[in-house]
Design a protein around this ligand. Structure first.
Ligand SMILES: NC(=O)c1ccc[n+]([C@@H]2O[C@H](COP(=O)([O-])OP(=O)(O)OC[C@H]3O[C@@H](n4cnc5c(N)ncnc54)[C@H](O)[C@@H]3O)[C@@H](O)[C@H]2O)c1
Length: 317
């Protein structure tokens, strides 16, 4: 199978490419990435020379580059996005451009060449939920410009399925963590701050709840959705390991051998969703479940950041 992976130099995309080439050594992957601040070729240094891997530097909003790349693939897997909520609050323009218009350029090319399309989406499209969990049929109610742009992209994908019968699937996962995550996101930010002897900034009262999914488990679920998803199907992906940000901060502070003085409450994020929670029975019915226990995966992640200071040191500067 020939996969066109967009945004493969980012966090989840690079983990997905590495894992896929290991699991399916006969597959070929083209990685189309613009190399924004979040895209880092070093994330895939170990596979750069492989015969069945090719990198193209380019923007998913560029119809010519996209058309040439899609033509040569069997399936398009769209990871490329502006992905940090805080940046979308400061300036939403690049979010609308890449997440909506970029997805649309890819969809048009997929339609032209009749290719399967897998959209990588997020739990944030459903918005916040106080109790219970969202299913794939729940309404979308995004709160931030980031999640609104992802929701718009999901709706566009579904419209191409309904209107044009394009073979579309969507996966919506909860918060990922693991190696190669840009150190502006909460877990790597906290780990690296503590390694630098700095405090960890906790938004508001710290009681916002997130479900934490190890990136390797998410990549397994994406692989399953790719191979087993029926046309037009959406899959929620969640670990069930929900926790308040403050518990996470306490856990990381304890791992670092520091005390509570390293926790610093800061002004809350605007429009901060209180709790995300997904019902993932559908993907689990296909045989998926997380392989990694949260505590074990967190320890592996902390160790990775300890061992790769050169990688994140440059990014934090
Ligand atoms: N990180 C999470 O916890 C999480 C959870 C659920 C869903 N998602 C989704 O998964 C996908 C990947 O997230 P991530 O955390 O790996 O993101 P990331 O920010 O680490 O990586 C994004 C990648 O996309 C590339 N990119 C950005 N704009 C582009 C453009 N116009 N053309 C081509 N490439 C472009 C960047 O260079 C980068 O390599 C995103 O679609 C995101 O919405 C992420």
């Amino acid at each position: 199978m020939k996969l066109l992976v967009t945004g493969g130099c980012g966090f989840i995309g690079s983990n997905f490419i590495r894992q896929t080439l290991k699991k399916h050594p006969d597959y070929r992957i083209i990685n189309l990435d613009k190399l924004t601040y979040a895209g880092n070729p070093e994330n895939l240094k170990d596979i750069e020379g492989k015969k069945n891997y090719r990198f193209i530097k380019g923007d998913i909003c560029d119809p010519k580059i996209v058309s040439d790349a899609v033509k040569n693939a069997d399936v398009v897997i769209n990871f490329a996005a502006e992905s940090h909520v805080d940046r979308s609050i400061a300036d939403a323009d690049p979010f609308l451009q890449t997440n909506i218009m970029g997805t649309h350029v890819l969809l048009k090319a997929a339609l032209k060449f009749n290719k399967k399309f897998l959209q990588i989406s997020t739990d944030e499209v459903y918005g916040s939920i106080d109790q219970g969990s969202f299913t794939e049929n729940s309404n979308l109610s995004p709160s931030s410009p980031y999640s609104a742009s992802k929701a718009a992209a999901d709706l566009l994908c579904l419209s191409y399925f309904i209107t044009h019968k394009l073979k579309v699937n969507i996966v919506r996962s909860t918060n990922n963590f693991g190696p190669y995550q840009y150190p502006e996101k909460i877990i790597p930010l906290f780990i690296t701050n503590l390694l630098e002897g700095k405090k960890v900034p906790v938004y508001g009262d710290g009681k916002n709840v997130r479900d934490w999914l190890y990136v390797a488990d998410n990549c397994e679920a994406i692989d399953l959705a790719l191979h087993k998803g029926k046309e037009g199907e959406i899959f929620n992906i969640s670990s069930g390991k929900e926790m308040e940000n403050i518990w996470l901060a306490e856990m990381l502070i304890e791992h670092a051998g520091k005390d509570k003085s390293y926790m610093q409450y800061v002004e809350d994020r605007k429009g901060h969703d209180r709790r995300y929670s997904l019902d993932s029975k559908k993907i689990r019915a296909l045989g998926w479940k997380p392989k990694f226990r949260f505590e074990e995966a967190l320890k592996m992640t902390i160790d990775w950041y300890k061992d790769n200071k050169a990688w994140w040191g440059k990014l934090k500067k």
